[in-house]
Structures are given as C-alpha cells and as structure tokens.
Design a protein around this ligand. Structure first.
Ligand code: F6P
Length: 549
C-alpha cells in the first residue's frame, strides 16, 4: 500500500482550523445560539425527499459548518463518492467495487463494474424475485405435500439477517397478514427451535441467505432446518426443492449444500453484506410486502442516492449528518451516538444501523495502512424513544458524557391502528419534548422559581446543550424507509472518507471466527488446542467439567 497517500487527517490545515474553532466555541450553549439568531431553526433545516432534518439543536454555528464542509472538500469526499458511483474499486483491501447504489437504479441506467453494465442483471434478479414472491404470496408455490406456504423462515446472519428483519418490522402494516415471517440468525439452537417449534413443515419455506454461503452460523442452522423438515415430511429428499431456496453470490456452495441453483437468487461481490438488503437478500422482505412495495422502497433509496450524488454540500443531508459526527467524535470526544426512533415499527432500526455503522467504520488503520490518531466510528445504540425515556435517558440528560442523538418520528400513525392512532400525538409530544429538554435543559433559576428547596436545586437542574438532530417524515412508508436507510448509508460513507478508512471491509470479525473453530474440538472431544491463553484454557476446562466431560 502506498504509505505516502493522503495527508494524515490530523495534519490537514482544515482539521487544525476546526481544532482552533473548537477552542473558541468553548461552552457556547444552545440557549445562546438560539437567542442570538432568530432564524436558526429555519436555516438549520434540510429537506431530502420526504425527510425533513432539523439539525439546529447541534453544537454548531455557521463557522463550524463552513469549516466542516471545507474539511470534507479537502478530504476528497466528493471524489470518493463519485468513484463509488462509477464502480471503481474503492474497497481497497478487498479490491472490490462498492455498488449497492446500482441495486436501486432504474432499468434505463448504466452502471459499470469491471467494464460490464450491471443494471440489466440487477433487474433480471428483481424480476425473478418478484415471480417467486408472488407465487408464495398467492399460494401457487406449494410445499412437498401440495399445501400452500404459511410461514417463511429466513436463515442468515449479519447483513443477511438484520436488513430484512428490520425492514419486515418497519413495514409490518404492508405485509401479507395471513402469512408469518421469521428470522433465524443465532447459532444458539434456541433461535431455530423457537422459530419452528409451532410450525408445520408442510407449510414452511426456508430462505437461506448468505453472501458467501460459508458462514458457520447460517450453514449450521440451515442444515438443522433441513433435518427438521425431512423428519417432519417423512425423509423424502425431494422435499428440499419445495421448501428451501437460497440467496447468495456463491452458486457452487449452494449446490454443494443441496439446494437446486434454479432456486437460487443471485447477487454480486460488489454488494457488501451490510449494504445488501435491497438485493436478493431482501427476498423474505419482498415476499412479505410484495414486489410493488419493494419497488417503492428501492425508489426511496434511489432518491437519496441521487440527492447525495448531486446536492451541493450546503444542502447535502447525508454529508451534513456525517460532518456532525466527525465534529463530535473529533472535538467533543463523543464516543457514542444514539438513534432513537419514536416508532414501534422501527424497533430493529438501531440494531440494523449498528452493523451498518460499526462494521463499516470501526477501524483504526487508515487507507494507507497507518494507525489513525483520531476517533473513528462511534458506538451506535438506542431503542424506541419512549421506552428509553424510562430507562437510560437519565444519563442523556444529566450524565457526564456527550452523546449526540437522532430523534426520528412520523407525523401520521399507520392507518391500521384504528382508534389506537389517537395515541400518536402523545408519542410525538414525547419526541419534541425530549429534543427541547436535551437542548435547553432547565436552569438553576428556573428550578428555584418553582420553589424547590435549595439543597435539591443542583439535582433538579438540567444542563441542556445535549445535541440532537430530528428527522421527521409524514409517514413510515416503504419509500420513506428506503430514504432513511440510504441517508444513514451515505452518512457512514462520508465519515469513512474523512477518517480515511476503508468503510467496506471487515477484517476485525475474522479472528474470532478462526479461534471459535479451533476451540470447538476442545469443548467436545477435549482436544488439546495450541496457543490457548491460561484464562481461556481454564474456562474451557471448567466448561467441560460442568458438562460432565
Ligand atoms: O462476519 C461478518 C460478516 O461477514 C458480515 O459482514 C456479513 O453480513 C455476515 O458476516 C454474513 O455473511 P454471509 O452473508 O456471507 O453469510
């Protein structure tokens, strides 16, 4: 690797200008920033598609934003973005193109990887998926005994699970309500057990989703599911073809597993696992919501792709979100970022973002192979808002840490809620209240004015100045979900570009996989494992003792 490459981030004049600005910014309070600029709320808002972003409650002023944009310019964010959209191999450590944006381009577009236009094959797979999804949904795809499929079980892990599982929850009101969809990922047998224990194999279809088709958790669960199916259907191997389909880039391994490659839905090595749920990995989702809604979701993704590709820096929403994170990580020592959806349907959204963000930007070596000397990806965490309010928001309000947060909400409840839709205003009032309380707090004077005893005043004071960005849309539709996910995908991209790391590899997950393989025989057969440290060797011995081995 070229060790010369880009100037180290912390030696760039634009970075140093931000450091200086941070000193000047000091403890400037959001109360001051709002008091001194009546137009702040209006000016610090941006619209992309159906998403309205209010970033006025962030610890920034016009100078901060200008300096951050200058940093993005100097760091080559636009150049790397354009190279990504052009299909260049920007995933340098794996020598791969990064073309998830091609998964949602209209059929008329041309996107080349290695000199080949990939758009026709993307749409060919989408059509194959749609045929399959429709057949399962309308009962024309029948199982081995001729009965229609009632339950679809997706077996996958990481990007082959989190995306479809999250989107299935998010779009529940759009799903085929007479069918059931389940997601199995954990190699803990309890996951598969609980997923299938009440199912009839004759009415169950498994989608085995794995980019590589070598992931141990997925292959182990898929093998067990096949055993369960065959046990339940009398052992006739030909049943597999009616109850198992695969999604993968690896036809050879799919065939080796015993799934007919006619029942395989393909994607390609230029789609990263955590960027893949809009590829064939979304087959379970498409079966749940139908091809039309899936298409609307893809259109939502594409809308934000185009915005990211073409909008000027000043109005570029993913760029802005990315820059805010760079500011907090670099200059406020923020270690984590909370994503707090005020929507029950987004209950798995943050878990999905954890892989997207932390597997992408949890790196400490720059693109030239040098150790970084600046903060990279934050710990991403959070659960639906109101639940969090009664659990960890205490720390957000009065703790010692700076934790920037995104508050996500929708103006309309889904129609299906009927009379329960009446609770929606209360839900959203909580979102707005939290944003206000976090930003502006409650001063000692305000607490005193309420007649609180003097010794209680410090405890009841809220410092405020806790940054939030609010993302508001009219309704959580398939398109809006696509827009939201693309917004975060590109935010992560921007940050990786500035931090000068490869956001598209994931070498950090490999060591654990290798060691687990090595340790397993020690647990089962008592095999001697070379290189076990004293602590792990002791734990293995204790484990065997507890298992009576
Ligand atoms: O171990 C990490 C990882 O490689 C993820 O990046 C990926 O999404 C997941 O495992 C599953 O991989 P696969 O789709 O190949 O089974």
């Amino acid at each position: 690797m070229n060790a010369e490459g880009r100037t180290r981030l912390d030696r760039m004049p634009e970075w140093n200008a931000l450091a200086k600005h941070r000193e000047e910014f000091g403890d400037t309070h959001l109360r001051q920033l709002f008091a001194s600029d009546a137009s702040r709320a209006e000016r610090y808002g941006v619209r992309v598609g159906d998403l309205h972003l209010d970033y006025s409650k962030n610890l920034v002023d016009d100078d901060t934003l200008r300096l951050l944009r200058e940093l993005a310019g100097a760091a080559g964010v636009a150049e790397l973005r354009d190279a990504m959209f052009r299909g260049e191999k920007i995933n340098i450590t794996e020598d791969r193109a990064v073309l998830h944006t091609a998964l949602r381009t209209p059929e008329s577009a041309v996107v080349e990887a290695d000199g080949e236009n990939v758009v026709p094959k993307v749409h060919a797979v989408l059509r194959k998926m749609a045929l399959f999804a429709d057949k399962v949904r309308d009962g024309h795809w029948t199982g081995h005994t001729g009965r229609r499929i009632r339950t679809v079980v997706n077996i996958g892990i990481g990007g082959s699970d989190l995306g479809p599982a999250m989107a299935y929850e998010a779009l529940r009101p759009y799903t085929h309500r007479e069918m059931d969809f389940r997601f199995v990922s954990n190699v803990d047998g309890a996951d598969l057990h609980e997923a299938v224990r009440d199912l009839d194999p004759a009415e169950t279809l498994f989608i085995v989703a794995s980019k590589t088709f070598t992931t141990i958790e997925t292959i182990t669960n898929a093998t067990a599911a096949r055993r369960w199916l065959l046990d339940g259907l009398g052992g006739d191997e030909s049943a597999v073809a009616k109850h198992f389909v695969a999604v993968s880039t690896n036809a050879e391994k799919v065939a080796e597993f015993g799934i007919d490659t006619d029942n395989m839905f393909e994607f390609w090595d230029w789609v990263g696992g955590r960027y893949s749920y809009d590829s064939a990995i979304g087959l379970s989702l498409m079966t749940a919501i139908g091809p039309v809604h899936f298409g609307e979701m893809l259109a939502g993704f594409h809308l934000v792709d185009e915005h990211f590709r073409t909008a000027p820096f000043e109005e570029n929403a993913p760029l802005l979100l990315g820059l805010l994170g760079v500011w907090y990580g670099g200059f406020f020592d923020a270690q984590s970022h909370a994503v707090l959806p005020y929507s029950h349907y987004l209950s798995k959204f943050t878990a999905y973002l954890q892989q997207l963000d932390m597997e992408s930007n949890g790196k400490s070596t720059d693109r030239q192979g040098r150790p970084v000397a600046w903060q990279t990806g934050p710990v991403v965490w959070g659960t639906p808002g109101t639940n969090g309010q009664h659990a960890y928001y205490q720390l957000l309000h009065q703790g010692t840490k700076t934790i920037p947060a995104d508050l996500i909400g929708f103006a309309r409840p889904v129609e299906e809620l009927g009379p329960l839709a009446g609770q929606h205003d209360l839900l959203m009032a909580n979102l707005f209240a939290q944003g206000q309380a976090l930003a502006f707090g409650k001063t000692e004077e305000e607490v005193r004015a309420e007649g609180v005893a003097e010794e209680q005043v410090p405890h009841r004071t809220f410092p405020g100045n806790r940054p939030t960005t609010t993302i508001l849309a009219e309704e959580l539709t398939p398109s809006v979900l696509g827009q939201l996910v693309a917004l975060y995908e590109h935010k992560v991209f921007v940050q990786g570009a500035i931090w000068n790391i490869d956001s598209f590899d994931q070498w950090g997950v490999e060591l654990g996989k290798v060691l687990a393989k090595r340790i397993e025989p020690a647990l089962t057969e008592g095999a001697a494992v070379e290189g076990l440290d004293a602590s792990t060797a002791g734990l293995v011995a204790r484990y065997r003792e507890l298992r009576g081995r």
